[in-house]
Design a protein around this ligand. Structure first.
Ligand code: NAP
Ligand code: MG
Length: 496
């Protein structure tokens, strides 16, 4: 970490914040001049007034994207050349890492010491990884009758809209635009209303890197822009990360317009199973706390249901309480902070509502449970956990998206698997055991896109696919599989 507390504070004080949409290579206000406030959740103050895009801006961006895509200025570049520009882009993200970090922290409340390495450097790594990949994958020659010659190739899909959430604004965006740009598409990025700042800044960085006008555009808005994009007749693909409820709407908008390709990365209620033969209870408790309290629990993959085997429940709970106490709501600009505020007032109230629900349903509060002010302000919530949770309780079924853990006791392996899979979601899962057979058997039975054994949330590596089973979505971000989302497959046959 390069800056100390006062260094970050100075950076925050002297920031010049760009607030406008980025269309066809230019920052621009909305035709209506409408704006919406961007609020700092640490002190509840307005940081900036952001351009509120609407139909005119969406149409202008789609028109520019279509023209840029059709011109071949990006899609027809030699892959090696596209790779070079994207590598520039990654280097520039790194060069602006501190500025992007402070923008993200002011906007969503993420601790700077998590944000810089994970969100900002993680997005640079993502861009670089896809840049490096694109000139190394080719097509196929199909084994056909010798009188025919057939190739199977992938080509860019066209105009891609990326609609993203606020919990990892930079990182989640990069998981979409990096493979989409690498494959030769034009991208329109729509950040969440709760977190527009970094995406807006990123647009100028993309341009500086050499990405042509119209190929990377950013449309901030509140509510309606995502719908306009997903319903647009001249967009070829919408890649969405967000809630399952909105994901369903996105699929509906696509179905009712032009059947654009729809890729959904949605919510989760991930089980984290601690078997009695867990190799290291202290490590498991520490990991279980990180799995729900890191990023204030605003994690799609949060290990929000701990399933603990009866025989070790008491030891585990005692250790877990110690590990939870490590997370202290504090000013996220302080590099010593490991827990900032909740992203906004709406999410804060929603989480507090779930805490009340947990109490009302009869679960036992073992730590936290209250909101907190830091220097008299902000939407902070203590790291909170309930034990004696029944698998059918609301807090065991619904995604809270905050620092609230539900701990459920189980007896047998079969019972653990049944409880783990008793969810409409299937994003991730974890399990702790010393028995190799248990590890294999249970991993295979868990209906989840990622399974961690004797760890959780490991593997920031870009070569691992990430995404969900069931109502956690379809398709995968990260890895070469992500490129499949942004390409069409073409068979070409030549009669010899
Ligand atoms: P959200 O409310 O679904 O919003 C996501 C995006 O959709 C935002 O850009 C939002 O824009 C837009 N949107 C809202 N209503 C819309 C509508 N009717 N039509 C089209 N677009 C609309 O989700 P969120 O609260 O930002 O994010 C939290 C959710 O994301 C959680 O469920 C979490 O699990 C999930 N998530 C999943 C993954 C994964 O990889 N599976 C990763 C991170 C987060 P506005 O802000 O302008 O309304
Ligand atoms: Mg904000």
């Amino acid at each position: 970490m390069s800056l100390d507390f006062s260094g970050w504070q100075d950076l925050a004080k002297n920031l010049k914040i760009e607030t406008r949409a980025f269309i066809n290579g230019q920052y621009t206000e909305a035709q209506t001049k409408a704006v919406f406030p961007c609020i700092n959740p640490s002190n509840e103050e307005v940081i900036a007034q952001i351009t509120l895009c609407d139909e005119a801006e969406v149409d202008a961006a789609v028109k520019a994207a279509r023209a840029a895509f059709d011109s071949g200025v990006w899609s027809d570049l030699a892959p090696r050349k596209r790779a070079e520009i994207l590598k520039n882009f990654a280097s520039l993200i790194r060069a602006h890492a501190e500025e992007l970090t402070i923008l993200e922290t002011l906007d969503v409340g993420k601790p700077v010491s998590d944000c810089l390495p994970v969100d900002i450097m993680g997005s640079a790594y993502c861009v670089e990884w896809f840049a490096e990949a694109i000139d190394k994958i080719g097509g196929e020659v199909a084994p056909l009758d010798p009188k025919l010659f057939g190739t199977v190739t992938r080509e860019a899909i066209g105009v891609v809209a990326a609609v993203v959430p606020w919990n990892f604004p930079m990182l989640m965006s990069s998981w979409k635009y990096a493979p989409a740009l690498a494959a030769g598409n034009a991208v329109i990025l729509k950040p969440s209303e709760k977190s527009p700042l970094s995406a807006i800044r990123l647009a100028a960085i993309a341009k500086e890197a050499g990405i042509p006008d119209g190929i990377f555009q950013v449309l901030p808005g509140a509510g309606q822009v995502g719908k306009l994009l997903a319903s647009h007749h001249d967009i070829d693909c919408v890649a969405f990360t967000g809630s399952t409820a909105v994901g369903k709407l996105i699929a509906e908008y696509a179905a009712k317009s032009n059947l654009k390709r729809v890729w959904l990365e949605l919510g989760g209620k991930s089980p984290h199973i601690i078997f009695a033969d867990c190799p290291d209870i202290v490590q498991a408790a520490k990991t279980a706390a990180a799995a729900i309290f890191y990023n204030m629990g605003e994690m799609c993959s949060a290990g929000s249901r701990v399933l603990v085997q009866k025989d070790i429940k008491d030891v585990f709970l005692a250790e877990f309480k110690k590990q939870a106490a490590v997370y202290i709501p504090s000013n996220p600009i302080d590099p010593n902070s490991n827990m900032g505020p909740i992203v906004d007032h709406v999410q804060y109230e929603k989480i507090l509502g779930y805490i009340e629900k947990g109490k009302a349903e009869g679960a036992t509060l073992i730590c936290g449970g209250h909101s907190k002010k830091v220097d008299g302000k902000g939407y902070f919530i203590e790291p909170t956990a309930f034990s004696d949770v029944n698998q059918n309780h609301t807090i065991a079924q619904e995604e809270i998206f905050g620092p609230v853990l539900s701990i459920i006791e189980f007896d047998t392996e079969d019972e653990a698997i049944a409880i783990a899979n008793n969810s409409e979601y299937g994003l991730a899962a974890g399990l702790w055991t010393s028995n190799l057979s248990t590890a294999h058997k249970v991993s295979r039975k868990l209906r989840a896109g990622t399974v961690w054994v004797n760890c959780y949330d490991e593997g920031g590596d870009m070569n691992l696919p990430f995404g969900g089973f069931k109502q956690s979505g379809n398709g995968r971000d990260k890895s070469l599989h992500a490129l499949e989302k942004y390409t069409e497959l073409k068979a070409t046959l030549i009669k010899l």
